[in-house]
Write a protein that binds this ligand. Sequence first.
Ligand code: PEP
Length: 248
Amino acid sequence: MWQQKWIIGNWKMNGSQSANRQLLQALLKPVDVAAAHVYCGVAVPNVYLAGVNEFTRDTSLAVGAQDVSRFAANGAFTGEVSAQMLADVGAQFVLIGHSERRQYFHEDNQELLIKLQNSMAAGLLPVLCVGETLAEREQGQEQVVVSAQLDVLASLGMREVVVAYEPVWAIGTGKVPSVTQIAAMHQLIYQQILSLCGEDVKIRVLYGGSVNAGNAAEILAVPHVDGALVGGASLQADSFAAIIQAAY
Ligand code: PEP
């Protein structure tokens, strides 16, 4: 999986048991066909994790969560779901620090460090999401902002790092950075991971933000773009399948 392109769907707070089954049913064949070249996964709402895991058992589709508790494995934390619990119901990876969580739940590096530690301790592969807002890009601050977000990786001793670069202004807006802008940010992210984690770290840097069937091939061909994190288009089987196909 460290040589393959990654295509990860982020369902966000969408789905139902019947809609999930329908979507997955349509995806399993394209995922299977792509399996030698593409690592495919879906990050689903916690309540659907066990069901999706059951449905995709013995297939090539990985299942992940969209967030994890910063609290302990278990205890008096009403409403929380720990990393151990996510792993117990079949999650293999977890999104950490998605911009919607940074925005609505004020997650910062201090909190995200704990979430990364909890995920690693439970055997979940964290996918750290980073990206600048429109105002930050307009002020020319994108590299500073993303570098500061990546600093959370400094003390973790990770041997395998997956980062999703998602400019906030591109998420769900239909606006996509130019290939030159994407290349510059992915190059910066690679360099910083290498300097924070050491030269022998395994790296995947995904691009996220309005990826669709029409633009996936161009984006996935950009140097240092190892895959895509896909929101809206991951809810349509034909779109998501086309994005997977564009990855090989
Ligand atoms: C996301 O939410 O991670 C995302 C990339 O969304 P969209 O593809 O809809 O822009």
